[in-house]
Design a binder for this molecule. Structure first.
Ligand code: SF4
Length: 330
């Protein structure tokens, strides 16, 4: 990746206080997302990817302890912003959100028109001050996300739509205030395969048309291959590999990425085929967190935490093997 990134996460370390102790949810997470690009964040359930997505939106888990790091958006560290500033200037405005479950995100007792228009009333850009301008904007977005008969749709309730249509409504809502970045948290997981493909195609064309960057959280490397320009692979709260999608998928360097590719995730996000279990965030293994499951593990892997090594421009891998390769090169 080159140029000034729109979004940059640097050495983010976040824990949660639990009754059993401190759970390390994110540990020195790094990522960069240039303007107009789509970055997939992929990993098993519980790897911290959704917590990362929510942290970008300024939504922290209960009893969170922010230990270190920065989340820079357009150069500004979001972690230093008071929540009222996030709400006033960024969340829902410069940073849109598409949730995993549109059933929960839409309020069942209000009509679609009222919900989309109220979003615009709160966060309206300067060119949408009047109610008729806002209504025009909503109708044009509904057409753009391929919702038929948008005038009638404004008068309907969420239960009158299918899962795919509801997700299209959420996409229209996320785009309403012309964001620079959209955070999407597994938005196609609950959909059937055909609808999933339609939504991915729609997201790709909308991000290109409006020049929007997207942080796309998923457990499915097939979705990453379909949609994302670049990918960050996370394991047990850490970034283990990042690079352009075609390069990472064609030639994965981290043993976890290799294992992930060799498996086929089921629809719940559980992976079939990697030996062993994801470690508990309450007691992660010392050194490399993947070492209890890694077929290349050696004694030193449990003693030292591998650093993120630059393998090529935009390509980083956190593994002893990458470290050794780099030392051989220099
Ligand atoms: Fe495997 Fe060691 Fe690399 Fe960890 S550091 S992924 S245990 S080879």
């Amino acid at each position: 990746m080159s140029g000034d990134p729109l979004l940059e996460v640097k050495s983010l370390r976040l824990s949660v206080r639990t009754d059993e102790g401190l759970a390390q949810i994110l540990d020195h997470v790094e990522l960069q997302l240039p303007r107009g690009h789509i970055l997939g964040v992929v990993g098993e359930s519980g790897c911290g990817k959704s917590t990362l997505a929510r942290a970008v939106l300024g939504i922290m888990p209960n009893r969170a302890v922010l230990e270190s790091g920065e989340i820079r958006f357009e150069g500004e560290d979001l972690l230093k912003l008071p929540d009222r500033e996030m709400t006033r200037r960024l969340r829902g405005r410069r940073i849109g959100f598409i949730p995993q479950d549109p059933y929960l995100a839409l309020n069942p007792v209000f009509k679609i028109g009222a919900q989309l228009l109220s979003m615009l009333r709160w966060h309206a850009p300067p060119d949408l001050r009047s109610e008729s301008d806002r209504r025009r904007r909503v109708l044009s977005l509904l057409r753009r996300v391929q919702i038929p008969e948008p005038e009638l749709v404004l008068e309907r309730y969420p239960h009158q739509f299918s899962g795919g249509q509801r997700q299209r409504l959420m996409i229209a809502g996320a785009l309403a205030c012309s964001p620079a970045l959209v955070v999407a948290d597994e938005p196609t997981t609950a959909l059937d395969v055909t609808t999933q493909l339609q939504i991915l195609t729609l997201l790709r064309s909308l991000t290109e048309e409006f020049g929007i960057a997207m942080l796309f959280v998923t457990h499915d490397l097939g979705v990453v291959a379909e949609l994302c320009d670049a990918v960050t692979v996370m394991y047990a709260g850490q970034t283990v590999e990042t690079g352009r999608t075609n390069e990472v998928l064609a030639d994965p360097q981290h043993p976890y990425t290799q294992a992930l590719l060799a498996c086929h995730p089921d629809r719940s996000g559980a992976l079939l085929g990697i030996q062993g279990l994801v470690p508990s965030p309450l007691a992660p293994p010392s050194g490399c967190r993947f070492s209890p499951r890694c077929s290349y593990a050696q004694a030193q892997c449990s003693r030292r935490t591998p650093r993120l090594v630059r393998e090529a421009p935009g390509r980083f891998v956190s593994c002893r093997l990458a470290d050794e390769r780099q030392r051989e090169r220099t």
